[in-house]
Structure formats: structure tokens, C-alpha cells
Design a protein around this ligand. Structure first.
Ligand SMILES: Cc1ncc(COP(=O)(O)O)c(C=O)c1O
Length: 399
């Protein structure tokens, strides 16, 4: 961690009670600009807001679209004033009442994805009842519960031709996260290109847009330079593959993890320590209910973590960093080399801007949800969310 980031963290630790998340707006802008610099000028970006809804307003300024997968996410967009035109309503379950309301009251919503034949019918009915057209992207399945088959897409594209209220815009495809293989991306794009050709030749349907989620990986366990270099390499490879496609319409890359992981830090304090015949244990006020690193189920890998204050004198030893839950699996890191850690020391886990704070079992033990601190581009730290008591959600109503 560089000196500037250390100073920011020190200020945040002084001002806010642990545990908390710190998200850096400036890093989002820098990183998105960097990603764009690796891509051809025409390639657009969509932010999959499930990765982190707290940085939505910041990310929305930098991207053309926001991918929204639930009524809750849509309500966050509306509350933050995200322009309807930027919004892509996606998701495997589209709540009928909510879709009806959205289509009726937000006629400018950019796109709706179609993930099943029933969703198509639902959207068709909503457009008919609202009396205005909507724009559709057909999600091509990658062989799981998401999306529809190529044949189904062709049939629905033809149905759109007969219905002036349904504009067939193109294809959406997303097959998973943390994908490291350019070969796999190539295979996927080849399949999409073939489908686009068939839609043109067999159905007379032109595809104007491809919204593609490459699932770019974030390398959580390498040093920062290596992690960034690995990501850059794949972005450049994808850019080359897109240029090779016969499809020459609009390309939108739908990103979550790779866009915002680098903006976040999770900060938790050591509140107790002990040693026994199995090793040294530092107990923190945070834990796995608040902080999940992809691919670290057994906590065997060393995530990027800085301890403050930095101690250099004393005995270097291995410490198991454990959280505040009543389960032996609540281990943040195993065998972290630390120099005589003390109660009150603070651990700062980096690359924690995507998914980390929402994928945990946050209601376990009725612990409070941590506060969220935002660092704005002018350097100000402000509480984007105060700590929230969760015990009320776990309390039965009195008779
Ligand atoms: C449809 C869709 N698009 C994009 C994303 C973002 O993926 P990632 O965080 O791997 O970039 C997801 C994540 O689940 C998704 O479901």
C-alpha cells in the first residue's frame, strides 16, 4: 500500500468505528479510464451494480449503462437519479408487478433483457398495457438456468418483427465471473457471431447491439502490479477478439468485479488475541459475514492486507486472523506473518470493492452491518451508510 493510501486509511480509522468499508471514488474514475484506454474507442461499458451499490452514482458517471437485476436495485437507481435511459433491467426473475410498474412509469428505461419465454410474454403484456414501445436484449444461455437458446432467440426476434411495441435490439451474454481464459472468450464470441449471422440470413433480423459480460478476473492474491498486469492482458486480448468479429454493431461490456474491486478496503480491528497448542489467534470485530474474498473458502491464501500501526520490532510469528462469529470457519486469513500484533491494531484488506460486503452471511449472530465510508475525489471522507443494527431483523414480533 502506498503512502497516500496509508494516510487516507489512518484518517478514516481515526474518524470511523471499525469495522467499516472504505470506497475511493477517485480510484473508480482512474480505473474505468484505464480500462477504456485498453479498448477500442467505440466499445461502451455497463456497470453491473450488484458488485457494489454504494459506488453506483460514481460509476454511473463513467459508464453508458447500468445493469439492474432486482426491484431493490432498480429502486436504488431511481432514488439516486440514475437516468432511465442508462438502465438495463436484467435478471433471471422479473417480478411481474414491478415490471408492469416500471414499463408504465419509466417509459425511457434503456433496455429489458429476456431470459425466458415467459419473460418475453410478461414484457409484451407490460408494453401493451403501457401503450409504448420497449427495447429488448435476448440473453443467450451459456448452458445453465440463465438465458434462452439460439433457436428461442430466433423465434422471439421474429415475434418482435410483428409487434411495433417490442424493439429487438440485440444479444446479451454472460457466462460467469473470474474468467481467465482468452480461449474461452474467443469460443463464446464465435458462438455469438454465428447466431448474429443466422438471425440475419435465416430470419432477416439485424442485430444492432451486443452486451457482453466477459467476467474479467480480479487477482486477489498476487501483488498489485501483477494483478493489474494480468487483468490488462485479458482486456487487450478481448479487444482483439471483438475486432475479429463479423458483427460490426455496438458492443457494450458488462462489468462488475473488474470495475470496482480496486476501489474498496475492508477495515477491522483486533479485539482479542490468544495462543494455544494449535497456534496464535487474533480475534477481530469483523468477520466472514461482512467480508468474502472470491476463491478463499478455506482462508488458505494470503489476501492483500496491511496492519496498522506497522510494527517492525519484536518477534515475527504466524497468526490466524479470526472474525467475531461463533463458527470455526470464521477465519479471514490463516498463518499471516505478523510482528507481535496487539489488541487495537487494525487490519486493512484491499481489493474489497466488489461483492465482498454483500456475499457474506450478514445476519448471522445478529451483528451490526458495518458502516460505509466514501472518499470523494476532493479527498473528503463521508459516511455513505451508518452502522445498522441487524438484531431487529432477527427478533420475532411480540405476541
Ligand atoms: C448478467 C451479469 N452481467 C454482469 C455481471 C458482472 O460480472 P463480473 O462481476 O464478473 O464482471 C454479472 C454478475 O453476476 C451478471 O450476472
Amino acid at each position: 500500500m502506498n503512502a497516500e493510501n496509508l494516510a487516507i486509511l489512518s484518517e478514516a480509522i481515526e474518524r470511523f468505528a471499525t469495522p467499516f468499508y472504505l470506497f475511493d471514488e477517485g480510484e473508480i474514475h482512474r480505473h474505468v479510464a484505464h480500462l477504456r484506454s485498453l479498448l477500442a474507442p467505440g466499445v461502451q461499458l455497463a456497470y453491473a451494480m450488484k458488485a457494489n451499490s454504494f459506488v453506483l452514482a460514481q460509476a454511473a458517471r463513467d459508464v453508458e449503462r447500468i445493469e439492474v437485476c432486482s426491484p431493490g436495485e432498480a429502486r436504488i437507481c431511481i432514488e439516486l437519479g440514475i437516468p432511465d435511459e442508462k438502465i438495463v433491467i436484467s435478471g433471471v426473475y422479473k417480478d411481474p408487478a414491478f415490471i408492469g410498474e416500471l414499463v408504465r412509469e419509466h417509459p425511457q428505461i434503456g433496455h429489458y433483457t429476456v431470459e425466458s419465454l415467459a419473460q418475453f410474454d410478461l414484457l409484451e403484456q407490460a408494453a401493451r398495457e403501457a401503450g409504448h414501445p420497449i427495447r429488448l436484449l435476448m440473453r443467450l444461455t451459456s448452458g445453465n438456468q440463465f438465458g434462452i437458446t439460439a433457436d428461442e432467440i430466433k423465434a422471439l426476434a421474429l415475434r418482435c418483427q410483428d409487434n411495433p411495441l417490442l424493439e429487438f435490439c440485440g444479444i446479451q451474454h454472460y457466462s460467469g465471473t473470474q474468467k481467465t481464459s482468452a480461449k474461452r472468450l474467443k469460443r463464446e464470441l464465435k458462438g455469438i457471431d454465428k447466431l448474429i449471422g443466422e438471425l440475419r440470413d435465416e430470419c432477416g433480423v439485424a442485430v444492432a447491439e451486443l452486451e457482453f459480460g466477459p467476467g474479467f478476473p480480479v487477482s486477489y492474491y498476487d501483488d498489485e502490479q501483477d494483478a493489474r498486469a494480468q487483468q490488462d492482458e485479458l482486456v487487450v486480448a478481448l479487444d482483439g477478439l471483438l475486432a475479429e468479429m463479423a458483427f460490426d454493431g455496438e458492443v457494450v461490456l458488462e462489468l462488475g468485479r473488474a470495475m470496482v474491486a480496486s476501489c474498496g478496503t475492508y477495515v477491522t480491528k483486533i479485539v482479542d488475541k490468544k495462543s494455544n497448542h494449535t497456534g496464535n489467534y487474533a480475534i477481530t470485530d469483523g468477520g466472514k459475514h461482512q467480508f468474502v474474498y472470491y476463491g478463499n473458502a478455506m482462508s488458505m491464501r494470503q489476501p492483500p492486507c496491511t496492519i496498522l500501526p506497522k510494527r517492525t520490532e519484536g518477534q515475527l510469528d504466524s497468526w490466524n486472523i479470526c472474525g467475531a462469529l461463533c463458527t470455526v470457519t470464521d477465519i479471514l486469513v490463516k498463518q499471516l506473518e505478523l510482528c507481535e500484533p496487539q489488541v487495537g491494531d487494525v487490519l486493512c484488506f484491499e481489493r474489497a470493492g466488489a461483492y465482498c460486503m454483500t456475499e457474506g452471511i450478514s445476519l448471522f449472530l445478529s451483528r451490526d452491518l458495518p458502516s460505509v465510508v466514501m472518499r470523494t475525489t476532493d479527498g473528503t471522507l463521508w459516511p455513505a451508510r451508518n452502522r445498522i443494527e441487524s438484531y431487529t431483523l432477527n427478533t420475532p414480533r411480540s405476541l
